[in-house]
Design a protein around this ligand. Sequence first.
Ligand SMILES: *Cc1c(COP(=O)(O)O)cnc(C)c1O
Length: 206
Amino acid sequence: MNTRLIEELKSYKNLQVVAVSKKRTKEQIDEMAKTGLTTFGENRVQEFLEKYDPAYTWHIIGHLQTNKVKYIIGKVDMIESLDSEKLALEIEKQASKQDLVQKVLVQIKISNDPLKTGLAYEEAASFLEKISTLKHIQVKGFMCVATHTEDMDLVAKEFEAMHSLYTEMKAIYPQIDTLSMGMSHDYKIAIEHGSNMVRIGTALFE
Ligand SMILES: *Cc1c(COP(=O)(O)O)cnc(C)c1O
Protein backbone atom coordinates (compact mmCIF):
# COMPACT_ATOMS: atom_id res chain seq x y z
CA MET A 1 0.00 0.00 0.00
CA ASN A 2 1.37 3.37 -1.03
CA THR A 3 0.89 5.58 2.03
CA ARG A 4 2.85 8.47 0.52
CA LEU A 5 0.45 8.61 -2.44
CA ILE A 6 -2.55 8.34 -0.13
CA GLU A 7 -1.34 11.40 1.79
CA GLU A 8 -0.63 13.26 -1.44
CA LEU A 9 -4.13 12.57 -2.77
CA LYS A 10 -5.67 13.70 0.49
CA SER A 11 -3.84 17.03 0.23
CA TYR A 12 -5.73 18.06 -2.91
CA LYS A 13 -8.80 20.15 -2.26
CA ASN A 14 -12.05 19.03 -3.93
CA LEU A 15 -10.62 15.78 -5.20
CA GLN A 16 -12.52 12.54 -4.88
CA VAL A 17 -10.43 9.40 -4.92
CA VAL A 18 -11.74 6.11 -6.23
CA ALA A 19 -9.45 3.28 -5.16
CA VAL A 20 -9.68 0.84 -8.05
CA SER A 21 -9.90 -2.54 -6.36
CA LYS A 22 -10.27 -4.86 -9.34
CA LYS A 23 -8.09 -7.95 -8.86
CA ARG A 24 -7.55 -7.00 -5.19
CA THR A 25 -8.82 -9.14 -2.35
CA LYS A 26 -11.46 -8.11 0.18
CA GLU A 27 -8.67 -8.08 2.78
CA GLN A 28 -6.73 -5.53 0.73
CA ILE A 29 -9.88 -3.45 0.40
CA ASP A 30 -10.43 -3.52 4.17
CA GLU A 31 -6.81 -2.47 4.72
CA MET A 32 -7.21 0.44 2.29
CA ALA A 33 -10.42 1.53 3.98
CA LYS A 34 -8.51 1.93 7.25
CA THR A 35 -6.51 4.74 5.63
CA GLY A 36 -9.73 6.66 5.06
CA LEU A 37 -10.15 5.84 1.37
CA THR A 38 -13.53 4.12 1.33
CA THR A 39 -14.70 4.54 -2.26
CA PHE A 40 -13.84 1.57 -4.44
CA GLY A 41 -14.04 1.06 -8.19
CA GLU A 42 -14.70 -2.30 -9.81
CA ASN A 43 -14.95 -3.01 -13.51
CA ARG A 44 -16.67 -6.40 -13.48
CA VAL A 45 -20.10 -7.05 -11.98
CA GLN A 46 -19.35 -10.60 -10.84
CA GLU A 47 -16.18 -9.56 -9.05
CA PHE A 48 -17.94 -6.55 -7.55
CA LEU A 49 -20.73 -8.71 -6.11
CA GLU A 50 -18.21 -11.08 -4.53
CA LYS A 51 -16.49 -8.23 -2.69
CA TYR A 52 -19.45 -5.92 -2.10
CA ASP A 53 -19.63 -4.50 1.42
CA PRO A 54 -22.33 -1.95 2.22
CA ALA A 55 -19.95 -0.22 4.64
CA TYR A 56 -18.08 1.25 1.65
CA THR A 57 -19.00 3.32 -1.40
CA TRP A 58 -18.78 1.55 -4.78
CA HIS A 59 -18.42 2.71 -8.35
CA ILE A 60 -18.72 0.60 -11.47
CA ILE A 61 -16.03 1.80 -13.86
CA GLY A 62 -16.00 -0.87 -16.56
CA HIS A 63 -18.18 -1.52 -19.59
CA LEU A 64 -21.56 -2.64 -18.26
CA GLN A 65 -23.84 -5.12 -20.01
CA THR A 66 -27.55 -4.33 -19.80
CA ASN A 67 -28.37 -7.80 -18.44
CA LYS A 68 -26.14 -7.15 -15.41
CA VAL A 69 -27.71 -3.86 -14.37
CA LYS A 70 -30.35 -5.49 -12.17
CA TYR A 71 -27.66 -6.98 -9.91
CA ILE A 72 -25.99 -3.70 -9.04
CA ILE A 73 -28.76 -1.11 -8.64
CA GLY A 74 -29.15 -0.32 -4.95
CA LYS A 75 -25.55 -1.35 -4.29
CA VAL A 76 -23.49 1.05 -6.41
CA ASP A 77 -23.29 4.73 -5.64
CA MET A 78 -22.18 5.63 -9.15
CA ILE A 79 -22.08 3.98 -12.55
CA GLU A 80 -19.15 5.73 -14.27
CA SER A 81 -19.44 3.88 -17.56
CA LEU A 82 -22.75 4.87 -19.12
CA ASP A 83 -22.08 4.65 -22.85
CA SER A 84 -25.34 3.93 -24.67
CA GLU A 85 -29.01 4.79 -24.73
CA LYS A 86 -29.90 1.12 -24.36
CA LEU A 87 -27.93 0.97 -21.11
CA ALA A 88 -29.51 4.21 -19.90
CA LEU A 89 -32.99 2.78 -20.47
CA GLU A 90 -32.17 -0.36 -18.52
CA ILE A 91 -30.70 1.64 -15.62
CA GLU A 92 -33.84 3.79 -15.66
CA LYS A 93 -36.02 0.67 -15.53
CA GLN A 94 -34.16 -1.02 -12.67
CA ALA A 95 -33.72 2.18 -10.64
CA SER A 96 -37.40 2.96 -11.04
CA LYS A 97 -38.29 -0.52 -9.70
CA GLN A 98 -36.33 0.26 -6.54
CA ASP A 99 -37.64 3.81 -6.43
CA LEU A 100 -34.18 5.35 -6.42
CA VAL A 101 -32.20 7.77 -8.55
CA GLN A 102 -29.00 6.27 -9.93
CA LYS A 103 -26.04 8.62 -10.25
CA VAL A 104 -24.09 8.09 -13.46
CA LEU A 105 -21.17 9.49 -15.41
CA VAL A 106 -21.19 9.37 -19.18
CA GLN A 107 -18.06 7.67 -20.44
CA ILE A 108 -16.49 9.44 -23.37
CA LYS A 109 -14.11 7.66 -25.72
CA ILE A 110 -11.45 10.34 -25.87
CA SER A 111 -8.52 8.11 -26.83
CA ASN A 112 -7.81 6.81 -30.29
CA ASP A 113 -7.59 3.23 -29.01
CA PRO A 114 -10.13 1.20 -31.02
CA LEU A 115 -10.57 -1.23 -28.12
CA LYS A 116 -11.72 1.43 -25.66
CA THR A 117 -15.43 1.86 -25.04
CA GLY A 118 -17.39 5.04 -24.58
CA LEU A 119 -19.57 7.49 -26.40
CA ALA A 120 -18.02 9.65 -29.12
CA TYR A 121 -17.11 13.14 -27.88
CA GLU A 122 -19.32 14.75 -30.53
CA GLU A 123 -22.34 12.75 -29.40
CA ALA A 124 -22.19 13.82 -25.76
CA ALA A 125 -24.47 16.86 -25.97
CA SER A 126 -27.28 15.15 -27.87
CA PHE A 127 -26.98 12.07 -25.64
CA LEU A 128 -27.43 14.16 -22.49
CA GLU A 129 -30.44 15.84 -24.00
CA LYS A 130 -31.96 12.50 -24.96
CA ILE A 131 -31.62 10.94 -21.52
CA SER A 132 -32.52 14.10 -19.58
CA THR A 133 -36.16 12.97 -19.46
CA LEU A 134 -35.26 9.82 -17.49
CA LYS A 135 -36.34 10.45 -13.93
CA HIS A 136 -34.35 7.72 -12.21
CA ILE A 137 -30.99 8.66 -13.67
CA GLN A 138 -28.97 11.64 -12.63
CA VAL A 139 -26.01 12.51 -14.84
CA LYS A 140 -23.28 13.89 -12.59
CA GLY A 141 -20.66 14.34 -15.27
CA PHE A 142 -18.12 12.51 -17.40
CA MET A 143 -15.52 9.79 -17.21
CA CYS A 144 -12.73 9.02 -19.64
CA VAL A 145 -9.60 6.95 -20.04
CA ALA A 146 -6.84 8.79 -21.89
CA THR A 147 -4.69 7.17 -24.56
CA HIS A 148 -2.08 4.90 -23.02
CA THR A 149 1.09 6.53 -24.29
CA GLU A 150 4.34 8.15 -23.23
CA ASP A 151 3.24 11.22 -25.20
CA MET A 152 2.06 13.35 -22.31
CA ASP A 153 1.19 16.25 -24.61
CA LEU A 154 -1.45 14.06 -26.25
CA VAL A 155 -2.77 12.98 -22.84
CA ALA A 156 -2.94 16.63 -21.74
CA LYS A 157 -4.82 17.55 -24.92
CA GLU A 158 -7.37 14.82 -24.30
CA PHE A 159 -7.91 15.92 -20.70
CA GLU A 160 -8.26 19.53 -21.82
CA ALA A 161 -10.93 18.56 -24.35
CA MET A 162 -12.79 16.68 -21.62
CA HIS A 163 -12.62 19.67 -19.34
CA SER A 164 -14.16 21.93 -22.02
CA LEU A 165 -16.97 19.44 -22.57
CA TYR A 166 -17.54 19.25 -18.82
CA THR A 167 -17.65 23.04 -18.48
CA GLU A 168 -20.04 23.45 -21.41
CA MET A 169 -22.43 20.78 -20.18
CA LYS A 170 -22.28 22.01 -16.58
CA ALA A 171 -23.60 25.35 -17.82
CA ILE A 172 -26.70 23.58 -19.19
CA TYR A 173 -27.17 20.92 -16.50
CA PRO A 174 -26.40 22.41 -13.09
CA GLN A 175 -26.30 19.02 -11.32
CA ILE A 176 -23.13 18.17 -13.24
CA ASP A 177 -20.18 18.43 -10.86
CA THR A 178 -17.91 15.47 -11.54
CA LEU A 179 -15.09 14.99 -14.02
CA SER A 180 -13.57 11.55 -13.51
CA MET A 181 -10.18 11.30 -15.19
CA GLY A 182 -6.71 10.24 -14.19
CA MET A 183 -5.25 6.83 -13.32
CA SER A 184 -1.96 5.64 -11.81
CA HIS A 185 0.26 6.93 -14.58
CA ASP A 186 -1.55 10.15 -15.53
CA TYR A 187 -3.47 11.40 -12.48
CA LYS A 188 -1.22 14.46 -12.02
CA ILE A 189 -1.86 15.72 -15.55
CA ALA A 190 -5.55 14.98 -15.14
CA ILE A 191 -5.74 17.06 -11.95
CA GLU A 192 -3.83 19.90 -13.64
CA HIS A 193 -6.51 19.84 -16.32
CA GLY A 194 -9.52 20.02 -14.07
CA SER A 195 -10.21 16.48 -12.94
CA ASN A 196 -12.00 16.30 -9.60
CA MET A 197 -12.21 12.51 -9.42
CA VAL A 198 -9.29 10.17 -9.98
CA ARG A 199 -9.50 6.39 -10.32
CA ILE A 200 -6.26 4.83 -9.11
CA GLY A 201 -5.49 1.13 -8.69
CA THR A 202 -1.94 -0.04 -9.24
CA ALA A 203 -0.14 2.94 -7.70
CA LEU A 204 -2.30 2.83 -4.57
CA PHE A 205 -2.32 -0.87 -3.82
CA GLU A 206 1.27 -1.72 -4.80
C1 LIG B 1 -8.19 -0.35 -14.01
C2 LIG B 1 -8.82 0.95 -14.22
C3 LIG B 1 -8.34 2.11 -13.58
C4 LIG B 1 -7.12 2.10 -12.67
O1 LIG B 1 -5.97 1.84 -13.40
P1 LIG B 1 -4.52 1.87 -12.70
O2 LIG B 1 -3.59 2.04 -13.83
O3 LIG B 1 -4.37 0.56 -12.00
O4 LIG B 1 -4.50 3.02 -11.76
C5 LIG B 1 -9.01 3.30 -13.80
N1 LIG B 1 -10.08 3.37 -14.61
C6 LIG B 1 -10.56 2.29 -15.26
C7 LIG B 1 -11.74 2.46 -16.14
C8 LIG B 1 -9.96 1.05 -15.09
O5 LIG B 1 -10.43 -0.03 -15.73
